[in-house]
Design a protein around this ligand. Structure first.
Ligand SMILES: Nc1ncnc2c1ncn2[C@@H]1O[C@H](COP(=O)(O)OP(=O)(O)OP(=O)(O)O)[C@@H](O)[C@H]1O
Ligand SMILES: [Mg+2]
Length: 313
C-alpha cells in the first residue's frame, strides 16, 4: 500500500487561501454581500480539515474556489504546485459536489468506469478499481442499475466512489454524508480514516458535528463569510477543568461511595446512567437481525432485477 503522508516534522501545504474574498452578482449584475471575506486558510499534506458553519456561511463557496469552479474577486489561492486554474493541479483532486453530478443514462458501473477513464486509468486498472470501489461503497448489487433510478443515498455513494476513483492526493467533499443512512455514514467515516492513514489530504464540510469530531484533525468555523474560529479539535474541545469517568458494571455501592468522595473534593459532580448513541443502537439492532453483507447495501432493486437500459424510472 502506498503511503503518501509527510515524514515526521515535515509540513507541506497542499492548499492555501490567502485573503480570499468572493461575492456573487445579482440578477442586474451588481455584486452582492461577500459570500467569503478575506479567508486565510492553509491545509497541510495528510491533514483532514473540517469546514463548519450555518447555512449560507460560505462553505460551498470556499470549496468551489479551491476546485476551480469559481474565481476569487480578491486574494490568492494555491493548489499543490500551482493554482486551481491549472488543470494539472485540479487533476490531483477528488471532488464530491454538494449536488451529485451523475449521468442519468449510465448505470453505476458504467458511470464509475467513465470517470476512471477520464482520470486516465487503463483497462486493467479500471477492471480492478471499479468493482473494488463499488463493493467498498456497498453498491455491488446495484451496479447495473441506472443512475436516474437511484435513491438519494445510492446516488451519494456513487458520487463518493467517483471522487475516489482516480486515487486522488486530496479529497474535497461537500457534505459527503448528506442522504446517507447511519450505516452509510459509519462506512464513510471508516473510509475517510483509511484515506487519512494512507496520507490523503481532505477538506470536508458537514453539518453533522459528530462526524467532523470523529474524523477531522482541525476545524474551521465560518459565519457569514468570516472565519470565526480555527484550531485542532483537542485544542478547541478539551476542557481541562472536567473529567469523565465511565464504569462498566460497578460493584455494589461503589458509585455512591465515589460520588460521596467526589462531592467533598469537587465543585460539580454529575452521576447519570451511560447512554448509548442512537448510532450505536441502530448498528446493534441491524446486527441483531443479521446486518447486511459487504458490497450489498441495497436489496432487490439492483443487480439482475435492475430496470433495463431505456426504462424510465
Ligand atoms: N450562485 C449564487 N448566486 C448568488 N448567490 C450565491 C450563489 N451561491 C451562493 N450564494 C450566496 O453565497 C452565500 C454563501 O453560500 P454557500 O453556498 O457558500 O453557503 P454554505 O455555507 O455552503 O451553505 P449550506 O450549508 O446551505 O450549504 C449565501 O448567502 C448564498 O446565498
Ligand atoms: Mg453548501
Amino acid at each position: 500500500m502506498q503511503i503518501r503522508g509527510p515524514s515526521r516534522g515535515e509540513m507541506v501545504n497542499v492548499a492555501r487561501f490567502e485573503q480570499v474574498s468572493k461575492s456573487y452578482r445579482n440578477f442586474w449584475g451588481r455584486r452582492q454581500q461577500p459570500a467569503l471575506k478575506d479567508l486565510d486558510l492553509q491545509i497541510a499534506r495528510g491533514e483532514v480539515v473540517g469546514l463548519l458553519g450555518p447555512n449560507g456561511s460560505g462553505k460551498t463557496t470556499a470549496i468551489k474556489l479551491l476546485v476551480g469552479l469559481l474565481f476569487p474577486d480578491k486574494g490568492r489561492l494555491q493548489l499543490f504546485d500551482g493554482s486551481p486554474a491549472d488543470a494539472r493541479q485540479r487533476a490531483r483532486l477528488g471532488y464530491l459536489p454538494e449536488n451529485n453530478q451523475l449521468l442519468p443514462f449510465l448505470n453505476a458501473e458504467e458511470s464509475l468506469d467513465f470517470q476512471a477513464r477520464l482520470r486516465g486509468l487503463d483497462r486493467k486498472q479500471r477492471s480492478q478499481r471499479v468493482p473494488a470501489l463499488l463493493e467498498r461503497l456497498g453498491m455491488l448489487r446495484a451496479r447495473r442499475q441506472r443512475c436516474d433510478t437511484f435513491s438519494k443515498g445510492m446516488a451519494r455513494r456513487l458520487a463518493l466512489a467517483q471522487a475516489l476513483v482516480g486515487d486522488p492526493e486530496m479529497l474535497v467533499l461537500d457534505e459527503p454524508t448528506s442522504g446517507l443512512d447511519p450505516l452509510g455514514t459509519r462506512d464513510f467515516k471508516e473510509l475517510l480514516r483509511e484515506q487519512k492513514d494512507r496520507g490523503t489530504t481532505c477538506l470536508l464540510c458537514s453539518h453533522l458535528l459528530s462526524e467532523i469530531e470523529l474524523v477531522c484533525d482541525r476545524v474551521v468555523i465560518l459565519y457569514q463569510g468570516d472565519k470565526i474560529r480555527e484550531g485542532t479539535l483537542s485544542g478547541l474541545l478539551d476542557d481541562p477543568d472536567r473529567v469523565l469517568l465511565t464504569l462498566r458494571k460497578p460493584g455494589k455501592g461503589l458509585v455512591e461511595r465515589l460520588v460521596e468522595l467526589a462531592r467533598g473534593a469537587s465543585e460539580e459532580v454529575q452521576n447519570a446512567p451511560y447512554k448509548r448513541s442512537l448510532e450505536e443502537l441502530f448498528v446493534a439492532s441491524l446486527a441483531d437481525v443479521g446486518g447486511r453483507h459487504e458490497g450489498d447495501a441495497f436489496g432487490a432493486a439492483g443487480g439482475n432485477d435492475a430496470p433495463a437500459r431505456g426504462d424510465t424510472a
